[in-house]
Design a protein around this ligand. Structure first.
Ligand code: ADP
Ligand code: ZN
Ligand code: ZN
Length: 742
C-alpha cells in the first residue's frame, strides 16, 4: 500500500503530492487526513505532511519510494480534519482529491494583500475637543496625536494612521473602548450605522424562540450534536435565535460559522453580529482576493476570531474548536457549488460538523424539500417559530386568472386588478414592485387560452421548444413536432411566453405615463455597483415602480412598497426541471413578502394561467406545509430527490459523434455495473444548452433510492473513465442531486 502525502498545504502548488510507502507497522493505523512524518528531499530531512489518498499502485520504481516514518504524535491539526472533509467531498461529489483540497484549504498566494482597515472618529467636534484637552492634560501624547489627526480627517486608513501618526494598535484599541473611534474593516464602511458592543440591551425571547434555543442547548450541553431546522417566516426572529445560540457556544470557548447567501449579506445583518461579538467577528465575501482571504484565515488560526460570516466558502474556516455551523436561508440554490466538486453547503456543513463534533442550525422561511423531509424522517430537529416578533401583518394576496382576462378581452400583460391597484399606489404616493418571473425560463410552450402546458409523457417536466419548433425533453431525450393548435382546447393561442423586462417597462410607461419607472435586470446591472444604485434610488423614492427579475425579490427592505405584482407566475413553474414547483413557491412567497415591510399593510397580485396549481395556491395562502405535502407526493411518485437520489453525469466534447459514442459506452457500462438492477438509468440526452463554445454536451441521469449505491456506481464509472483512452478527449463531471436539470 502507498499513501499520497501533501507537504505544504498552504502553497499554491497544492498539486504536488508525494508518494510514500506504508510500513507494516503503520498499516491500518492511518486514515485520510492523518498527519505523518516523512523523509523529504536529498538529505531526507524529517518533515510533516498529510495523507490525502491511498493507492495500491505506484508509477515509480518501488525501490525509489521512501517509507512514512511515523504518525505525528497527538496531532490535533485543523488541517487533518479539513483534509478528511475534502476526502468526503471527493467521495460524494466526484472529481479529484486535488480539486477537493483546493476547495477546502486556504491557499497562500504571492500577491497576498492585507485586509484594508479604517479608523473612524465617532465623536462630534465638541466632544472631541473635550477629550483632546483631557489627553493633553494627562500627557497622553499618542492618544492626543491620534485624536487630533482624526479631527483633521475623521476617516483614515489604518495603515496610514499607524505609520503617519506613529501610534500602536493598543492605542487605537483603547480609544475604541472609550467609544472615541471605530476600527472597521473595509466592507464595514459601506453603510452608515455605527457599531458598538451593546450586550447590555437584553432581548426577551418569545415562546417559540425560547423553545428553539433551549432545545438546541440541552442537546449541545449533553454533547448530542445534531442538525436543527429553524423554520419561521421573515421577521419571526430567526437571526436573534442564531445569535443567542452562538453566544452560548462561544461562551464555552468554541467557535461558530454563519453561512449567509451573498445577496443577503447586508450591512444591517452583519452589524447585528458585530453588535454582539465586536471584532471577534470576521466576514468573507466573494469580492475578496485570495490574499485577503488567506489573511483572514490566518487571523482565525491565531485564535482572533470566534464567528465567521460569509457565503458558501466560509464553511471551510479553519477554526480549532468549531462548535456550531449556521446555514441561514438554507433553501438558496447558491449553496450548491457550480464547480467541481459540486458540493452542497448544507450537506457539507453536516459532514464537517460530524468530523468536529459540532451542531448545525439551518434556517428558512421556505425550507428546502430536503431539509423539511429530513425533519419528517427524524434526521433533523424541527424548531418552529410562529409569532412574528415585529408584529407585522401578512400581505393580502389576490390571484388573477389570466385566461379569464383574455376572455374578457384584456390582451395586456397587466391585469385589470393590478392596473387598478397601481393607480391607487400612485395616488397615495406609495411604491410598487413588478416582478417578472423568468427564472429557469427554458422555452416552455403553453396555451394562453386554457393554460395547457406541453409536457414529456415520461418525465412530467415541460418540453422545451427549439428554434426549428421541435419540442424536446431535456431529461430523457423524448421529442415531438411543433404545435400550432392547443391539443387541449383547440385554440391557436399556443406558443412560448416571450416578454422580457424591457417590454414590461415600456408597457408600464405607456399605461402610467406620469409614474417614475426603474428597471433592474441583467442588462441594467452589468456595470459595477449599478445593482446597489438602482436599489438605493428606488429606496429613496426616486421612482414609483420598480420592474425587475428575481433580483428584486431578495435582500433589501423597502418600507414604502405596499404593492407587489407578479407577472407570469407560471414561468418558473414549467421550466423543464423537477424542482420548478419548489422554486415557484419559494419565489412567490418571497416576492409576496416584499409588500408591506413597513407599517403599511401590503397587497400582492399573482397573475397566472394555472391558478389551480398547488405551488400557486399554497403561495397565495403562504402555506408552506400545505405546499410541502403536495410536492413531496410528486417527488415520491416520480422518484426525485429528496425521496430518491439523482446522479447527473455531464459529458462535454468537441466532436459530437465521438461524444455520442462515448456517452453510449458509459451508459452500457453503468447498466452492466448495476448488477442488482437497483438503478434507473435515463438518457443520454442533450441538455437545454446542448453546445457551449463549440463543445457539445450530453447528459446521463442515474436514479436510485439509496445514495450509497449511486456513489458506488460513480466510483466504478470514474475508474472506467480513467482506464479507457476513448474518454481522453471528453470531459466528464458528476453532480449528485443537482439543483436542476442541465
Ligand atoms: P428573521 O431572521 O426571522 O427575519 P429577525 O431575527 O431579523 O428575524 O427579527 C426581526 C426583527 O425583530 C429584528 O429587528 C429583531 O431585532 C426583532 N426581534 C426578534 N426577536 C425579538 C424579541 N424576542 N424581542 C424583540 N425584538 C425581537
Ligand atoms: Zn388550450
Ligand atoms: Zn422525458
Amino acid at each position: 500500500m502507498y499513501a499520497d502525502v501533501i507537504i505544504d498545504i498552504t502553497h499554491e502548488k497544492l498539486d504536488r503530492v508525494f508518494q510514500y510507502s506504508i510500513p507494516s507497522g503503520l498499516e491500518g493505523a492511518l486514515s485520510v487526513g492523518a498527519e505523518v512524518i516523512v523523509p523529504f528531499g536529498r538529505g531526507n530531512r524529517e518533515i510533516s505532511g498529510y495523507v490525502v489518498e491511498f493507492s495500491k499502485k505506484t508509477e515509480y520504481p518501488p525501490e525509489k519510494i521512501k517509507p512514512i516514518l511515523k504518525k505525528a504524535e497527538k496531532s490535533i491539526a485543523i488541517e487533518s480534519k479539513l483534509v478528511a472533509l475534502a476526502a468526503w467531498m471527493k467521495e460524494q461529489y466526484g472529481g479529484t482529491m486535488i480539486q477537493a483540497l483546493k476547495t477546502v484549504l486556504p491557499i497562500k498566494r504571492k500577491e497576498a494583500s492585507r485586509v484594508k482597515r479604517k479608523v473612524r472618529l465617532l465623536l462630534d467636534l465638541k466632544e472631541a475637543e473635550a477629550k483632546l484637552k483631557l489627553y493633553m492634560d494627562k500627557n497622553q501624547k499618542a492618544r492626543a496625536r491620534l485624536l487630533a489627526g482624526l479631527m483633521d480627517q475623521p476617516e483614515q486608513d489604518y495603515e496610514l494612521v499607524t505609520k503617519k501618526l506613529n501610534v500602536t494598535l493598543a492605542v487605537i484599541r483603547s480609544l475604541e473602548e472609550q467609544g472615541v473611534l471605530a476600527l472597521e474593516s473595509e466592507e464595514m464602511m459601506r453603510g452608515s450605522v455605527r457599531y458598538r458592543k451593546h450586550d447590555d440591551e437584553p432581548v426577551y425571547f418569545n415562546e417559540g424562540q425560547e423553545r428553539a434555543i433551549s432545545r438546541f442547548w440541552e442537546d449541545y450541553r449533553r454533547e448530542m450534536y445534531g442538525t436543527y431546522l429553524v423554520y419561521g417566516i421573515t421577521g419571526s426572529g430567526k437571526t436573534e435565535v442564531y445569535i443567542e445560540m452562538i453566544r452560548r457556544v462561544v461562551g464555552q470557548g468554541r467557535q461558530a460559522i454563519v453561512l449567509i447567501p451573498e445577496i443577503a449579506l447586508t450591512y444591517q445583518t452583519v452589524m447585528r453580529f458585530y453588535a454582539r461579538f465586536g471584532d471577534r467577528v470576521s466576514i468573507l465575501n466573494s469580492r475578496m482576493s485570495a490574499g485577503e482571504r488567506y489573511d483572514q484565515m490566518e487571523r482565525v488560526k491565531r485564535g482572533e476570531v470566534d464567528v465567521m460570516i460569509g457565503p458558501r466558502s466560509a464553511l471551510f474556516t479553519p477554526f480549532k474548536s468549531l462548535g456550531l455551523i449556521v446555514v441561514d436561508e438554507e433553501h438558496e440554490s447558491t449553496y450548491k457549488s457550480g464547480q467541481v466538486p459540486r458540493y452542497h453547503a448544507r450537506e457539507t456543513a453536516a459532514a464537517r460538523a460530524r468530523l468536529e463534533g459540532a451542531s448545525v442550525v439551518l434556517g428558512s422561511a421556505t425550507p428546502s424539500l430536503e431539509a423539511f423531509y429530513r425533519c419528517r424522517m427524524g434526521e433533523y430537529t424541527l424548531l418552529t417559530l410562529t409569532s412574528r416578533a415585529a408584529g407585522r401583518e401578512l400581505a393580502q394576496v389576490y390571484t388573477v386568472d389570466m385566461r379569464e382576462e383574455l376572455k374578457q378581452g384584456n390582451r395586456s400583460i397587466i391585469s385589470d386588478r393590478l392596473k387598478e391597484l397601481i393607480w391607487q399606489r400612485l395616488k397615495m404616493g406609495q411604491q410598487t414592485m413588478l416582478f417578472l418571473n423568468r427564472r429557469g425560463y427554458a422555452g416552455f410552450v403553453s396555451c394562453r387560452s386554457c393554460g395547457y402546458v406541453v409536457k414529456c409523457p415520461h418525465c412530467d417536466v415541460s418540453l422545451s421548444a427549439h428554434k426549428d419548433g421541435r419540442l424536446v425533453c431535456h431529461y430523457c431525450g423524448y421529442e415531438e413536432g411543433a404545435k400550432d393548435v392547443c391539443p387541449s382546447c383547440g385554440s391557436n393561442c399556443i406558443g412560448g411566453f416571450r416578454a422580457g423586462t424591457q417590454q414590461i417597462e415600456d408597457i408600464v410607461k405607456r399605461e402610467f405615463p406620469r409614474a417614475g419607472v426603474l428597471r433592474m435586470d441583467m442588462d441594467t446591472t452589468k456595470k459595477k455597483d449599478s445593482h446597489e444604485k438602482i436599489l438605493s434610488a428606488f429606496s429613496n423614492g426616486e421612482a414609483d415602480i420598480l420592474v425587475g427579475t428575481q433580483m428584486i425579490v431578495k435582500g433589501h427592505d423597502f418600507p414604502n412598497v405596499t404593492l407587489v405584482g407578479i407577472l407570469a407566475a407560471d414561468m418558473s413553474l414549467y421550466s423543464n426541471d423537477y424542482r420548478s414547483g419548489e422554486r415557484t413557491f419559494e419565489l412567490l412567497v418571497q416576492a409576496a413578502g416584499r409588500a408591506g415591510r413597513g407599517k403599511l399593510r401590503g397587497e400582492v397580485v399573482i397573475q397566472t394561467y394555472s391558478p389551480e396549481h398547488y405551488s400557486i395556491r399554497m403561495a397565495a395562502k403562504q402555506d408552506y406545509e400545505g405546499f410541502y405535502e403536495e410536492e413531496i407526493r410528486y417527488r415520491e411518485l416520480m422518484g426525485y430527490p429528496p425521496v430518491s437520489n439523482l446522479l447527473a453525469v455531464l459529458m462535454t466534447g468537441m466532436e459530437e459523434e465521438h461524444l455520442e459514442l462515448a456517452a453510449g459506452y458509459l451508459k452500457s457500462f453503468a447498466v452492466r455495473a448495476d448488477r442488482e438492477k437497483r438503478l434507473q438509468i435515463i438518457g443520454p440526452a442533450s441538455p437545454y444548452v446542448s453546445k457551449v463554445n463549440d463543445e457539445h454536451r450530453r447528459i446521463l441521469y442515474l436514479k436510485c433510492g439509496e445514495k450509497e449505491s449511486l456513489i458506488e456506481i460513480k466510483d466504478l464509472l470514474e475508474q472506467y473513465i480513467e482506464m479507457n483512452r476513448g474518454f481522453d478527449r471528453i470531459k466528464i463531471q458528476f453532480d449528485l442531486n443537482p439543483m436542476g436539470v442541465f
